[in-house]
Write a protein that binds this ligand. Sequence first.
Ligand code: PMP
Length: 467
Amino acid sequence: ETQTDRSAQVAQVIAEPKSAVLHRHLHHSFLSLARGQGSNLILQDGRKIFDASGGAAVACIGHGDGRVVKAAMKQMSEVAYCATIFYTTNVCEELCQFLVNSTRGHMARAYIVNSGSEAMEAAMKLARQYFLEKSPPEPRRTRFISRDQSYHGITIGSLSMGGHKYRREKFQPLLLDNVSRVSPCFPYRNQYRGESDQQYVDRLAAELDEEFQRVGGDTVCAFVAEPVVGAALGCVSAVPGYFKAMQAVCDKYGALLIFDEVMSGMGRTGTLHAWEQEGVVPDIQTIGKCLGGGYQPVAGVLANHRVMDAFEKGTATFVHGHTYQGHPVGCAAALEVQRIIKEENLIQNVDKMGCLLSQLLRQRIGNHPNVGDIRGRGLFWGIEFVADKATGTPFPAQAHVAMEISEMGLAEMYSIAVYPGSGTVDGANGDHIILSPPYNVSAEDMRFIADTVARLIEDFFADRAGA
Ligand code: PMP
C-alpha cells in the first residue's frame, strides 16, 4: 500500500464523530468498540484490533473472559454494594487476605479502592497519619519527595507528586506545595558515559539525601517512586541496588518508602509484586490495573507492619473512606482474575514471552535510526523514539510522534493497539510507546507484535521523511 492509502486509513481512525462525550483529546482515535475477545478488540464494523497495549497495561488476562463475568455477576446478584462503615463481605476479606499472603508476611493489611489515583491519595494520607499515630508522634512530617518524569494519577494529591509537565501545567496553582522531586533512575538518558551502576546509584542517593536536607529530614513523610516507571518514561527499571540505596536514605531520615505499583505490579513486570526484583520491601504499596484486569474499576493499598502497628497500638482508625471502598463486585472480579493468573501460571508466561518479545524487537527494530532505546521487563516494553540515534535528540513535543504512531497502528493495515507516551526527556519533550499485552499471549502473538510494530515504525518514519 502507498503512503496515500495509509493517510486515508489514518484519517478514518481520527475522524471526529458527533458525540455527547466530554473528553476530547488533542489526538486520539474515535473508533467505537463493540466487544473484546481474548487479545483482540472488535470494532462495530467487525474489524479486529490486536490489543498489544492491554489498554493502559490493564487487560492482563485479555478481554471477555466468561469466568470473570460469571464471578462478578454472581456477586452482583448476592450483594452488589456494601456500606463498609457497617459491614464487610467475604469477597473483600478474601481479596485482602490473598494480597497480604502474597507478600509472604511483609505487608499487614490491604485497603481496596476504585482507581490508582485513589490508591495514591490513600497512601499519602496513610503515611501522614502514621506519623501522627506513632509514638512519639511526629506532626512536623507533612512533605513528600517523588521523582521527575513520574506519573502517579490525576487527582490533586497524586498529580502533585507526578512529574508530567503537560498534565500539571494548567493546574499548577492548585497543586500541593509540600511535594518536591528528584531525578528518576533512567540509565538511557541520565547515566553518564563510563559511569558504573554503583557510581550512578551513589550519585542518585546523594541527590535524595541533599533533598531531605534541603527540606528538613524530619519534615518528610515518604519518598514515592514507581519501581518500573510506566506512562511517563516507558517501562524504565532502575539499575541494580538503586532502591536499596534509596531506602537507606529514607531510613536515615526516618521517612517511609512508598512504591506505586499501579502499572508495574500484579505480575506485569514478571513477579507478582515489582519490589520482589529490587531487594527491598516498601512500607506502603499501591496496586491497580492488573489487579482486576479491567473487568471492574479496582485498585488497592498495602501497608506493612511498621505502619499498621502504629495504628493498632494506638487503637486509631485510618481517617479516610469513601462510598465505594471495598466494593464487592470489584473484589469478586479481582479475586477471579488473580485465581486465573495463579491457576494458569500466567506470571511464568509473562517472563517467558517477555524475553521472546524483547529479542524479537531488538532484532527487528534495534538498528532503526529513530529507535533510541528498547527497554522493559516481563510483558512491559517501552520503545523510545529519537530524531537522532547517535545524540539521542528527541522530536519536538508538538510533533506528537508517539501519538501519531499509535493512531497509525489502528489503521486497517496494521490493526494493532500500542500505548503512546510522551515527556520522556524532561516531562514534555520526547516520545515512546508501551507494549503491554495480556499475560496469556503465545509465541506466535509475540512474532505478530514484533513484525507489525516493526512495519508500523518503518512506515511511519519513511512517510515522515518523505512528507
Ligand atoms: N500510578 C501509576 C504508576 C499509573 O500508571 C497510573 C495510571 N496510569 C496511576 C497511578 C493512576 O491510576 P488511575 O488512572 O487508575 O487513577
